[in-house]
Design a protein around this ligand. Structure first.
Ligand SMILES: NC(=O)C1=CN([C@@H]2O[C@H](COP(=O)(O)OP(=O)(O)OC[C@H]3O[C@@H](n4cnc5c(N)ncnc54)[C@H](OP(=O)(O)O)[C@@H]3O)[C@@H](O)[C@H]2O)C=CC1
Ligand SMILES: CC(C)(CO)C(=O)C(=O)O
Length: 300
């Protein structure tokens, strides 16, 4: 039974999810180094303008958790994995809400894949500005098992999310679903980073969807070679994903570029280019986007 929960990464996603699960009878701790904790305590953390009284724990003082929710960025994952050392025990469940298809494998290499339940979050337009997080929509967490051994853990997570009123979906095929999210991000995040397109722009302009579609089609072709289940039809639900999100909502990579932060391009175009080579699928659109985004980063 889940009682003790650690969240690592108090950004747009970590704070939004954290705010939804604290005060609901669970022991929830934000795990961060001392410098971050001092900063968070000094300024306070606000979600949708409400100050949230998170409780903090340093990795050194860490204790074994029932559930760890990883919400850092891809390039912080190495440090994050190191910081989890004292939190992982025999029965700890770990979920990673990072985008992309790599984080579970990276965490699993350190602590065992049996601890990981595949997951991601969608339908959230989280924006972090300093100590203020505006989450727009609350988001939907997607989880699922890859073997019968995971079923009980998935049920435990579902019970927690039910008790906290967090929206979630238990996927029948979580691997296909993760690839669907990868395809969505390869399309919308990268388009937004190079063009400034918000969710509203994607909904309004066919040209935006054409560009997204070109990048996403490369993911579909690779998925078909790798047998991860995507078809061309799955692209339609990516285009309609933003129908009810705020017009000005921004994918996380656009926020990164606007704030001159390192982007997660390596886990989107970077991974697609690499997999394209392995699968003999040309990836010119993702190569273009990769270089365009790296150029933007280099010119900050
Ligand atoms: N934003 C969104 O709407 C969505 C984001 N995602 C995905 O979720 C993941 C998180 O994104 P997002 O929340 O936007 O990112 P943010 O940059 O807003 O937040 C990441 C947070 O992690 C903290 N952090 C980094 N390293 C550590 C560490 N070792 N210990 C503790 N805290 C650490 C950072 O702290 P500090 O700021 O103090 O450096 C930062 O607050 C990404 O993979 C993203 O692609 C998925 C869906 C939607
Ligand atoms: C799908 C989207 C754009 C919002 O949930 C996202 O995953 C992101 O902003 O990184």
């Amino acid at each position: 039974m889940i009682k003790k929960i650690a969240i690592i990464g108090l950004g747009a996603i970590g704070a939004s999810v954290g705010e939804q699960i604290i005060g609901k009878g669970y022991d929830v701790k934000i795990v961060a180094d001392r410098n971050r904790i001092e900063r968070y305590e000094e300024t306070g953390i606000y979600v949708n303008d409400e100050k949230i009284d998170f409780e903090y724990l340093t990795p050194e003082d860490g204790e074994v958790m029932d559930l760890i929710i990883v919400c850092t960025k891809f390039h912080d994952l190495e440090n994050t994995v190191r910081d989890m050392e004292n939190l992982v025990g025999e029965n700890t469940i770990i979920i990673s809400l990072l985008n992309g298809i790599d984080s579970e494998m990276i965490i699993g290499e350190a602590y065992g894949m049996d601890k990981l339940i595949y997951s991601y979050i969608n339908k959230i337009s989280g924006v972090k500005e300093g100590n203020r997080i505006n989450r727009g929509a609350k988001g939907i967490i997607h989880i699922g098992s890859v073997s019968d051994m995971d079923d009980l853990k998935v049920r435990e997570i579902a019970e927690l999310l039910d008790n906290c009123g967090v929206q979630y979906i238990v996927e029948e095929n979580i691997i296909k679903s993760l690839w669907w999210k990868l395809m969505l991000n390869v399309g919308v995040n990268q388009l937004a980073a190079v063009s400034g397109a918000t969710y509203g722009v994607v909904v309004e302009f066919q040209e935006a969807r054409n560009m997204m579609g070109a990048a996403m089609m490369e993911v579909v072709k690779i998925s078909q070679v790798m047998g991860t289940g995507l078809t061309e039809d799955d692209m339609n639900s990516c285009f309609s994903n933003f129908d009810n999100l705020p017009y000005g909502g921004k994918p996380s990579m656009l926020q990164d570029v606007e704030n001159k932060r390192k982007t997660e391009v390596e886990m989107f175009a970077g991974r697609i280019i690499e997999l394209g080579k392995k699968c003999s699928i040309p990836t010119p659109v993702n190569e273009f986007l990769y270089n365009a985004i790296r150029l933007i980063e280099k010119r900050y």
